[in-house]
Design a protein. Structure first.
Length: 115
């Protein structure tokens, strides 16, 4: 079982930056990747960025060049650095962890970008 707790969301003006954190606890040895998703009202959950156990990262086109995913293995923490934020980035942001059998999700953190 893996528990994920996100933090770092909040209100920000367009063009600003935020860093989201996701602290993981529990059985982490089997986790092969972690990712950040978001879900805006009335829309489907969207995959934004992922990081694999070998450090490989990938990004959705919508955030490439603006968002950076990273991790601190010593702290079991994954980060999402977001810059040049736009009003359309407003959503609840979720952290996820994946092993061969299960997907684990955090409770989400709200990001609101005002113009």
């Amino acid at each position: 079982q893996v528990l994920l707790v996100e933090s770092g969301g909040g209100p920000v003006q367009a063009g600003g930056s935020l860093r989201l954190s996701c602290v993981a606890s529990g059985t982490m040895l089997s986790i092969h990747s972690m990712a950040w998703y978001r879900q805006a009202p009335g829309k489907q959950r969207e995959l934004l960025a992922g990081i694999y156990s070998d450090g490989t990262t990938g990004y959705a086109d919508s955030v490439k060049g603006r968002f950076t995913i990273s991790r601190d293995n010593a702290r079991n923490t994954v980060y999402l650095q977001m810059s040049s934020l736009k009003p359309e980035d407003t959503a609840v942001y979720y952290c996820s962890a994946h092993d061969r059998r299960d997907d684990y999700w955090g409770q989400g953190t709200q990001v609101t970008v005002s113009s």
